[in-house]
Design a protein around this ligand. Structure first.
Ligand SMILES: [Zn+2]
Length: 285
């Protein structure tokens, strides 16, 4: 029974100076490889699902597989629903049994973000479910302005008020990070991260954790960030390893062989992220 609450896991990570990758999964294999990587690394991990993919795989199916694999895992694994864009999706996640949900009202005016986050927290907390919210707006990495315009960045004073009013459990912050592929190498605002860490008493979350250079990831951990969302790079690990298998042409039509062939590179990708985010080499083993 190694299923752990996101809140408890991030607290442990903070106390022991490591960051936790939150790996965005999309099917059975992506969950399995991520859990295997955590077991091999003897470190905890978060499995999360983006509800925008629910037309492909229903929330309940991914939740059930992730929870079952977490319960059997030899290391603590948390399960989380990523980016609920409105109240209905967050409640759908609660109904599907996710032990943790994100509600993202960051594109809304501030007061509407507060109200939405308050509503989701009220429902989720009554069910013992953790909530992550976002303040400031983490945009898209292909738009330079989203990475550089500090108007989108999280304001520390506003963050203090937001956390107090919503009683949210963790906060996604905008500090030069962005979703998807980056148009140029991101430059994180470490002074802002340090300030947010100083004034807030809940874990801080980095969205757009893919393709952030290793030295910046380590520095973000040292500044006290706890959860690092990895989606784009994990999908790329699947794509490139499968592409290599298909180009090889030695087993035409053998899809099962392709799945076996991509297992090791995908596990190794997640293991490397776990290790990068753990600069002091903390180990459960
Ligand atoms: Zn995100």
């Amino acid at each position: 029974m190694a299923l752990i609450k996101v809140k408890d896991l991030l607290k442990h990570a903070e106390e022991n100076g490591y960051g936790v990758p939150a790996i965005n999964v999309f099917d059975y294999n992506s969950i399995k490889f991520a859990v295997m990587a955590a077991e091999e690394a003897h470190m905890p991990l978060i499995i999360q699902y983006y509800p925008g993919f629910k037309e492909h795989a229903p929330l309940r199916d991914i939740r059930d597989m992730a929870v079952a694999m977490a319960q059997r895992a030899s290391v603590p694994i948390a399960v989380h629903l990523d980016h609920s864009k409105d109240f209905d999706i967050a409640v759908e996640g609660l109904g599907a049994g996710f032990p943790s949900v994100m509600v993202d009202g960051s594109a809304l005016p501030y007061e509407e973000n507060v109200a939405l986050t308050q509503d989701v927290c009220r429902c989720a907390h009554a069910m013992g479910v953790d909530v992550e919210a976002e303040l400031g707006h983490v945009g898209v990495g292909m738009q330079l302005e989203d990475m550089t315009n500090t108007d989108f960045f999280t304001d520390p004073d506003q963050a203090v008020e937001f956390v107090k009013r919503t009683s949210v459990d963790s906060l996604a912050i905008a500090v030069g990070n962005a979703h998807g592929n980056y148009i140029r190498t991101p430059e994180l605002d470490f002074d802002r991260i340090a300030k947010l860490r100083e004034v807030l008493d809940i874990p801080l979350v980095m969205h757009g954790g893919s393709d952030i250079p290793t030295d910046q990831l380590i520095r973000a951990v040292r500044c006290g960030m706890s959860k690092f969302n990895i989606a784009t790079e994990y999908q790329r690990a699947f794509y490139t390893s499968m592409e290599a298998f298909f180009e090889d042409k030695s087993h035409p039509g053998a899809y099962y062989r392709a799945l076996r062939a991509i297992e090791r590179p995908c596990i190794d990708f997640v293991k490397e992220k776990i290790q990068i985010l753990n600069p002091d080499h903390y180990s459960l083993a």
